[in-house]
Design a protein around this ligand. Structure first.
Ligand code: AMP
Length: 203
Protein backbone atom coordinates (compact mmCIF):
# COMPACT_ATOMS: atom_id res chain seq x y z
CA UNK A 1 0.00 0.00 0.00
CA UNK A 2 1.59 3.23 -1.09
CA UNK A 3 0.62 6.90 -1.07
CA UNK A 4 1.31 10.25 0.55
CA UNK A 5 0.91 10.68 4.29
CA UNK A 6 -2.71 10.78 5.35
CA UNK A 7 -4.01 9.01 2.22
CA UNK A 8 -5.54 6.26 4.36
CA UNK A 9 -2.96 3.50 3.81
CA UNK A 10 -3.31 2.29 7.40
CA UNK A 11 -7.10 2.40 7.52
CA UNK A 12 -7.53 0.53 4.23
CA UNK A 13 -4.76 -1.98 4.90
CA UNK A 14 -6.43 -2.89 8.20
CA UNK A 15 -9.84 -3.31 6.56
CA UNK A 16 -8.44 -5.57 3.85
CA UNK A 17 -6.33 -7.69 6.16
CA UNK A 18 -9.35 -8.31 8.39
CA UNK A 19 -11.58 -9.25 5.48
CA UNK A 20 -9.12 -11.55 3.71
CA UNK A 21 -7.31 -12.83 6.79
CA UNK A 22 -3.97 -11.46 5.70
CA UNK A 23 -1.28 -10.08 7.94
CA UNK A 24 -0.93 -6.30 8.28
CA UNK A 25 2.62 -4.96 8.47
CA UNK A 26 2.79 -1.22 9.22
CA UNK A 27 6.48 -0.43 9.03
CA UNK A 28 6.22 3.06 10.60
CA UNK A 29 4.25 1.58 13.53
CA UNK A 30 6.85 -1.18 13.96
CA UNK A 31 9.50 1.52 14.23
CA UNK A 32 7.43 3.50 16.74
CA UNK A 33 6.95 0.33 18.81
CA UNK A 34 10.71 -0.19 18.86
CA UNK A 35 11.16 3.42 19.95
CA UNK A 36 8.59 3.08 22.74
CA UNK A 37 10.28 -0.08 24.00
CA UNK A 38 13.74 1.48 23.76
CA UNK A 39 15.22 -1.38 21.66
CA UNK A 40 18.50 -1.08 19.76
CA UNK A 41 16.59 -0.44 16.53
CA UNK A 42 14.36 2.08 18.31
CA UNK A 43 17.31 4.05 19.65
CA UNK A 44 18.89 4.26 16.20
CA UNK A 45 15.59 5.20 14.51
CA UNK A 46 14.24 7.73 17.01
CA UNK A 47 15.73 10.96 15.71
CA UNK A 48 14.82 10.25 12.10
CA UNK A 49 11.22 9.36 12.91
CA UNK A 50 10.67 12.43 15.09
CA UNK A 51 12.05 14.73 12.41
CA UNK A 52 9.95 13.06 9.70
CA UNK A 53 13.01 11.78 7.84
CA UNK A 54 13.50 8.29 6.45
CA UNK A 55 15.30 5.84 8.71
CA UNK A 56 18.44 4.39 7.01
CA UNK A 57 17.56 1.69 4.47
CA UNK A 58 19.64 -1.03 6.02
CA UNK A 59 18.11 -0.67 9.47
CA UNK A 60 14.50 -0.68 8.30
CA UNK A 61 15.04 -3.46 5.70
CA UNK A 62 16.64 -5.80 8.24
CA UNK A 63 13.80 -5.18 10.69
CA UNK A 64 11.26 -6.00 7.98
CA UNK A 65 13.07 -9.07 6.66
CA UNK A 66 13.11 -10.52 10.18
CA UNK A 67 9.39 -9.80 10.59
CA UNK A 68 8.50 -11.45 7.25
CA UNK A 69 10.44 -14.60 8.13
CA UNK A 70 7.80 -15.28 10.79
CA UNK A 71 4.84 -14.85 8.44
CA UNK A 72 3.40 -17.76 6.50
CA UNK A 73 0.41 -16.17 4.76
CA UNK A 74 -0.49 -13.24 2.54
CA UNK A 75 0.35 -9.79 3.86
CA UNK A 76 -0.03 -6.09 3.21
CA UNK A 77 2.98 -3.87 3.59
CA UNK A 78 2.18 -0.34 4.67
CA UNK A 79 5.02 2.19 4.46
CA UNK A 80 7.59 0.06 2.68
CA UNK A 81 9.31 0.52 0.26
CA UNK A 82 9.67 4.28 0.44
CA UNK A 83 12.59 4.70 -1.96
CA UNK A 84 14.02 2.85 -4.96
CA UNK A 85 16.80 1.18 -3.03
CA UNK A 86 14.26 -0.31 -0.59
CA UNK A 87 12.14 -1.55 -3.52
CA UNK A 88 15.15 -3.41 -4.90
CA UNK A 89 16.09 -4.84 -1.49
CA UNK A 90 12.48 -6.00 -1.02
CA UNK A 91 12.60 -7.93 -4.32
CA UNK A 92 15.30 -10.10 -2.77
CA UNK A 93 13.20 -11.39 0.12
CA UNK A 94 9.51 -11.00 -0.81
CA UNK A 95 7.22 -11.44 -3.79
CA UNK A 96 4.89 -8.48 -4.30
CA UNK A 97 1.78 -9.26 -6.38
CA UNK A 98 0.10 -5.85 -6.45
CA UNK A 99 0.87 -2.31 -5.42
CA UNK A 100 -2.08 -0.08 -4.52
CA UNK A 101 -1.28 3.61 -4.85
CA UNK A 102 -3.83 5.79 -3.01
CA UNK A 103 -3.59 9.24 -4.52
CA UNK A 104 -4.68 12.43 -2.69
CA UNK A 105 -3.70 16.10 -3.26
CA UNK A 106 -1.05 17.67 -1.04
CA UNK A 107 -3.54 20.06 0.65
CA UNK A 108 -5.71 17.10 1.63
CA UNK A 109 -2.68 15.35 3.19
CA UNK A 110 -1.88 18.41 5.29
CA UNK A 111 -5.49 18.80 6.41
CA UNK A 112 -5.82 15.16 7.42
CA UNK A 113 -2.45 14.87 9.19
CA UNK A 114 -2.76 18.00 11.26
CA UNK A 115 -6.09 16.70 12.59
CA UNK A 116 -4.87 13.18 13.28
CA UNK A 117 -4.68 11.90 16.85
CA UNK A 118 -3.53 8.50 18.09
CA UNK A 119 -4.08 6.51 21.26
CA UNK A 120 -0.93 6.16 23.34
CA UNK A 121 -2.08 2.82 24.67
CA UNK A 122 -3.61 0.81 21.80
CA UNK A 123 -2.51 2.77 18.72
CA UNK A 124 -6.08 3.42 17.43
CA UNK A 125 -6.16 6.36 15.00
CA UNK A 126 -8.71 9.21 15.10
CA UNK A 127 -9.27 12.34 13.06
CA UNK A 128 -10.79 15.48 14.54
CA UNK A 129 -12.59 16.12 11.24
CA UNK A 130 -13.68 12.68 10.06
CA UNK A 131 -13.46 10.25 12.95
CA UNK A 132 -13.82 12.09 16.28
CA UNK A 133 -13.52 10.24 19.58
CA UNK A 134 -16.70 10.29 21.66
CA UNK A 135 -14.92 12.02 24.56
CA UNK A 136 -12.34 14.66 23.73
CA UNK A 137 -8.77 13.38 24.11
CA UNK A 138 -9.83 9.86 25.13
CA UNK A 139 -9.75 6.63 23.12
CA UNK A 140 -13.20 5.08 22.52
CA UNK A 141 -11.70 1.59 22.44
CA UNK A 142 -9.49 1.45 25.53
CA UNK A 143 -9.84 4.77 27.41
CA UNK A 144 -6.17 5.63 26.69
CA UNK A 145 -4.93 9.20 26.18
CA UNK A 146 -4.98 10.59 22.63
CA UNK A 147 -1.92 12.50 21.42
CA UNK A 148 -0.59 14.17 18.32
CA UNK A 149 2.41 12.42 16.81
CA UNK A 150 5.55 14.57 16.84
CA UNK A 151 5.82 14.04 13.06
CA UNK A 152 2.21 15.21 12.50
CA UNK A 153 3.23 18.75 13.50
CA UNK A 154 3.54 21.31 10.66
CA UNK A 155 7.34 21.29 10.08
CA UNK A 156 7.60 17.50 10.05
CA UNK A 157 4.52 17.17 7.80
CA UNK A 158 6.24 19.35 5.21
CA UNK A 159 9.44 17.31 5.45
CA UNK A 160 7.52 14.03 5.03
CA UNK A 161 5.58 15.26 2.00
CA UNK A 162 8.81 16.48 0.36
CA UNK A 163 10.36 13.08 0.99
CA UNK A 164 7.34 11.40 -0.60
CA UNK A 165 7.70 13.54 -3.74
CA UNK A 166 11.45 13.03 -4.07
CA UNK A 167 11.96 9.47 -2.87
CA UNK A 168 8.69 7.55 -3.02
CA UNK A 169 7.31 8.77 -6.36
CA UNK A 170 10.12 6.90 -8.21
CA UNK A 171 8.99 3.71 -6.43
CA UNK A 172 5.52 4.18 -7.91
CA UNK A 173 7.08 4.42 -11.39
CA UNK A 174 9.15 1.30 -10.67
CA UNK A 175 6.01 -0.74 -9.99
CA UNK A 176 4.10 0.84 -12.86
CA UNK A 177 6.80 -0.40 -15.23
CA UNK A 178 6.54 -3.88 -13.71
CA UNK A 179 2.81 -3.81 -14.55
CA UNK A 180 1.56 -4.38 -10.98
CA UNK A 181 0.47 -0.86 -10.01
CA UNK A 182 -3.19 -0.01 -9.28
CA UNK A 183 -3.78 3.72 -8.79
CA UNK A 184 -6.88 4.62 -6.79
CA UNK A 185 -8.41 8.04 -6.08
CA UNK A 186 -8.19 8.47 -2.28
CA UNK A 187 -10.61 11.40 -1.96
CA UNK A 188 -14.02 10.32 -0.67
CA UNK A 189 -15.48 8.44 2.26
CA UNK A 190 -13.60 5.48 3.72
CA UNK A 191 -16.29 3.15 2.33
CA UNK A 192 -16.08 4.63 -1.17
CA UNK A 193 -12.29 4.40 -1.33
CA UNK A 194 -12.39 0.89 0.10
CA UNK A 195 -14.76 -0.24 -2.66
CA UNK A 196 -12.45 1.26 -5.30
CA UNK A 197 -9.48 -0.64 -3.87
CA UNK A 198 -11.32 -3.97 -3.69
CA UNK A 199 -12.52 -3.58 -7.26
CA UNK A 200 -8.91 -3.08 -8.39
CA UNK A 201 -7.65 -6.05 -6.39
CA UNK A 202 -10.26 -8.33 -7.94
CA UNK A 203 -9.17 -7.39 -11.46
P1 AMP B 1 4.43 6.28 8.94
O1 AMP B 1 3.80 5.83 10.21
O2 AMP B 1 4.29 5.27 7.83
O3 AMP B 1 4.03 7.65 8.53
O4 AMP B 1 6.02 6.35 9.24
C1 AMP B 1 6.52 7.19 10.26
C2 AMP B 1 8.01 7.37 10.12
O5 AMP B 1 8.70 6.13 10.23
C3 AMP B 1 8.49 7.95 8.79
O6 AMP B 1 8.36 9.35 8.73
C4 AMP B 1 9.96 7.51 8.81
O7 AMP B 1 10.73 8.28 9.70
C5 AMP B 1 9.85 6.11 9.39
N1 AMP B 1 9.63 5.11 8.33
C6 AMP B 1 8.50 4.42 8.07
N2 AMP B 1 8.66 3.60 7.02
C7 AMP B 1 9.94 3.77 6.59
C8 AMP B 1 10.70 3.22 5.54
N3 AMP B 1 10.20 2.34 4.67
N4 AMP B 1 11.99 3.65 5.41
C9 AMP B 1 12.53 4.54 6.25
N5 AMP B 1 11.85 5.11 7.24
C10 AMP B 1 10.58 4.73 7.44
Amino acid sequence: MIGPQGCGKGTHSMKLTEKFNWKYIPVGELLRKNIRKGTKIGKKAEEYVEDGELVPNELVSKMLEKKLEKIDKGFILDGFPRNLEQAKILDKFAKIDKVVYIDIPKEESIKRLSNRRQCRKCGEIYNLLYKKPEKKGICDKCGGELYQREDDKPEAIKERLDTFEKETKPVIEYYRKKGILEKVDGVGSIEEVNKRIERRLKK
